[in-house]
Design a protein around this ligand. Structure first.
Ligand SMILES: NC(=O)c1ccc[n+]([C@@H]2O[C@H](COP(=O)([O-])OP(=O)(O)OC[C@H]3O[C@@H](n4cnc5c(N)ncnc54)[C@H](OP(=O)(O)O)[C@@H]3O)[C@@H](O)[C@H]2O)c1
Length: 252
């Protein structure tokens, strides 16, 4: 079996850093042309696009801004032509303690929902008719283990947003299969990135590794191959499925 993505154009959101970066590089390595989306990290995104080659380009949109998000998919199509797959990876994890000031509480929930759930919803609103028009497409959402088992009290916002993303992705699988659309969720546990580092700084690395069945913390390169596989078409009959990439924490 050879995973071959030549002639595939794939939009990866949040591809400037972390899991998105590793995913963009792995997709490009399999031959895909990658739209390297970023928010703030312009230079990092440019470097990822340069490393990807094969026509990859950085493309900016602040996913906390709904109008900018609404324009993103059309901008990608204008720049790259038809899109074959959308990887919903960009995300934020903002600690939101119960005793936060009311204004801060609202701001955290709003910002988290905008980036983690509303941006995916808006991107799907444009991607699904596009996929239908072009005979199909694949949606791959990077959710989280937190969607299924909840999170710590400070990260209830995050868990709720990711549960919404899972439901959105399953609804796409369920409702758009006749249009040739397949949709998958990847649910990582802790992955060593800037996002996880914030959590590790707060709770300690032992907290992150204590419930793993294998010794080492997952890194972005452990997640990226699953996206390549799901994008390849070999997994199409698993549409609607969730792949847990959490170093065995459910069986430990
Ligand atoms: N790390 C983990 O332990 C873990 C576990 C489970 C699930 N996940 C999920 O995996 C995905 C990637 O996480 P990561 O750990 O790789 O995070 P990361 O290293 O913090 O990178 C986040 C990415 O999202 C982009 N992003 C964030 N806010 C944005 C905004 N407002 N507009 C546009 N882009 C934005 C960032 O782009 P810029 O820097 O360019 O703004 C960056 O490329 C997220 O959905 C996360 O929830 C992570």
């Amino acid at each position: 079996m050879k995973l071959e993505l030549a002639d595939h154009t794939i939009l990866v959101t949040g591809a400037s850093r972390g899991i998105g970066r590793a995913t963009a590089l792995a997709l490009a390595d399999a031959g895909a042309t990658v739209a390297v989306h970023y928010g703030q990290s312009r230079e990092a995104a440019r470097e990822v696009a340069d490393q990807c080659g094969d026509g990859a380009k950085p493309i900016q949109a602040d996913l906390s801004d709904l109008e900018a998000t609404d324009r993103l998919f059309a901008n990608v199509v204008d720049t790259f032509g038809p899109v074959d797959a959308l990887v919903l990876n960009a995300g934020v994890a903002v600690p939101t303690p119960l005793d936060a000031e009311t204004e801060d509480w609202h701001e955290s929930w709003t910002d988290t929902m905008h980036v983690n759930l509303r941006a995916p919803e808006l991107l799907c609103r444009h991607a699904l008719p596009h996929f239908r028009e072009h005979g199909g497409g694949r949606l791959i959402s990077i959710a989280s283990r937190a969607a299924f088992r909840g999170d710590t009290p400070d990260y209830m916002t995050y868990a709720a947003s990711k549960a919404g993303l899972v439901a959105l992705t399953r609804s796409v699988a369920r409702g758009f299969g006749d249009d040739g659309v397949k949709a998958f969720t990847i649910a990582p546990g802790f992955v060593r990135t800037d996002m996880a580092q914030d959590f590790i700084d707060e709770y300690g690395e032992a907290h992150a590794t204590s419930d793993l069945a294998i010794d080492d913390l997952t890194v972005p390169e452990d997640v990226a191959p699953f996206v390549v596989f799901l994008a390849s078409g070999y997994a199409d009959h698993a549409t609607g499925a969730t792949i847990d990439v959490n170093a065995g924490s459910y069986v430990h």
